[in-house]
Design a protein around this ligand. Structure first.
Ligand code: URA
Length: 273
């Protein structure tokens, strides 16, 4: 490789470019789904002369949020276990993020965990390893759990969308809506007593929070989980705490609230469960 090419690649890396998505721009929001018509014209109408004008590409008709959510709800409802839900997600073609991600990042933990954390979306490390919260933010989350006596194995951890958005952007409302039935079903199948939403996108999506996360955090709310109503709270995202370490005091306050609530829930439980 020539020195100038190497220098260019190094410059891209320094600028934070960590993903090559193709030579031509592509509208990932217009991801067509499994039944959509092919976007390439049939061979018989493709001009053979190199000078003939290239016909405009036929746009794929973008599925509506309602259709995506309906397909997703049907697939998610068909899953009776977390393994089946993972398999349904592997088959699901209704979220454009799948096309740019390396792999699915399904939730991590066991069904029946007392508390479930839901973050925003996998980052580069998670995309590479296929496990949520394994990068810097994940290591901080592990330390936060340890501070209230919880091991990673004690909790269930997932995200609002299970594929990494290109360049770590916030997932769009279409992407979030397409994945939401899977997220909700995952919470149902885990069956936690408490749900913690890490960061604004998770809190807005699952708890309907409209105000900023710094105002909404640290307050117990309710989440309707199938037939059960469970305790739910928004907390600051560990990635935000890495950028704003002074806010760790607020996170510590929320962690203490969580520890107290888990203790109370345990005490309420009939002996032997
Ligand atoms: N941030 C998230 O929201 N989720 C992850 O899995 C990693 C970082």
């Amino acid at each position: 490789m020539s020195d100038s090419l190497l220098a260019l690649l190094r410059w891209y890396a320094d600028m934070g470019v960590d993903l090559a998505v193709g030579e031509e721009p592509r509208d990932y929001l217009a991801h067509a789904g499994p039944q959509a018509a092919p976007v390439v014209a049939p061979a018989s109408v493709v001009p053979t002369s190199p000078t003939a004008p290239i016909p405009p590409r036929q746009a794929a008709s973008a599925p509506s949020i309602e259709n995506l959510a309906r397909d997703a709800a049907r697939a998610a409802a068909a899953a009776a276990t977390l393994d089946e839900l993972r398999a349904e997600l592997e088959r699901f073609e209704g979220c454009g993020l799948k096309t740019t991600a390396t792999q699915l990042v399904f939730g991590d933990g066991r069904a029946g965990a007392q508390v479930m954390f839901v973050g925003e979306a996998p980052g580069a490390d998670e995309d590479r390893q296929g496990v949520p919260f394994v990068g810097r933010a994940g290591r901080l989350l592990n330390r936060m759990l340890a501070a209230i006596g919880l091991a990673r194995e004690d909790v269930y951890i997932s995200n609002i969308v299970p594929w990494r958005p290109p360049g770590n952007r916030t997932p769009s409302s279409l992407e979030t809506a397409a994945c939401l039935p899977f997220t909700r079903r995952q919470i149902e199948l885990v069956g936690p007593q408490a749900l913690i939403c890490l960061g604004a996108p998770s809190a807005q999506t699952l708890l309907g929070i409209k105000e900023g996360i710094t105002r909404a955090r640290g307050r117990w709310l309710s989440y309707q989980n199938g037939d059960a109503t469970i305790r739910a709270m928004a907390m600051l995202h560990p990635a935000y705490l890495l950028r704003q370490p002074a806010q760790k005091a607020l996170a510590w306050r929320d962690l203490r609230l969580l520890a107290r609530e888990l203790e109370r829930l345990r005490a309420e439980q009939p002996a032997g469960e």
